[in-house]
Design a binder for this molecule. Sequence first.
Ligand SMILES: [Zn+2]
Length: 79
Amino acid sequence: MTEKEYGSYQCPRCGQPTTCVRNTMSFDNHITRRRVCLTCGETHETIEMRVDSMSVLNFANRITREAEAEAARASGVCA
Ligand SMILES: [Zn+2]
């Protein structure tokens, strides 16, 4: 785990940070995001677990900030 993923999510296929979120589904224990890469067209899903532990505050901070960034990105790039 590095801090690198915090900034821009990179496509698992071509490695470019050009993915955007097409759809987000929230469940009780996790969040599923459907992403599409604007470079190679790869579509895939990422799953973020909601954790219930002592580190929940850090994790919630991260998720909140990431969600805000992705909401802005999704509305702008991928309309
Ligand atoms: Zn790609």
